[in-house]
Write a protein that binds this ligand. Sequence first.
Ligand code: ADP
Length: 174
Amino acid sequence: MIRAFFPGSFDPIHYGHIDIAWRASKLFDEVIVGVYNRSLKNMLFSPEERIAMAKKTFEEEPRINVMGYNKLTVDFAREIGAKVIVRGLRVFSDFEYEFRMALANHRLAHDIEVVALITNEEHTFLSSTTVREIASLGGNISTMVPQHVSDALIHKFQEISDGRTNIHMTSLRD
Ligand code: ADP
């Protein structure tokens, strides 16, 4: 039984991520989507909100489960018995970052392999940053995220514009 770990910020989860998790679930017995809680980036959604959105996304997929984590990715992967870390590759600029991360992770944990899946061409342009920016300006994101994520974005930007939630506007960009 091979368990794979798919880590990221998922702020919020979108169809690019969902496609990678789903395809990984065809290759491995179980995929754990890991929502990282201690990102250096400013996040729009809290860890609890990001985890809840990811859980709802995969509620009908028995082989895809969601967990939050806040330690080194390889340490967490080992803790949950994952032998593989899955990442998605969109454009060449992702490659350099993912390449460095994979080498660093391999230095830390020789027993864990990094597998990168190439994005579906439909999702090449898709990033959480793009989704947040379009949503913040009231654009249509229905082809980019599931309905519950779209609702959560509308709600979040409503809260921000009402002054009920304070976020650093820099959090709209990665
Ligand atoms: P980060 O981990 O840098 O915060 P994300 O949480 O957005 O980035 O992404 C988690 C993983 O999903 C990364 O491997 C990233 O390359 C991948 N990913 C993000 N967007 C897409 C997409 N549109 N298609 C394929 N993979 C993607």
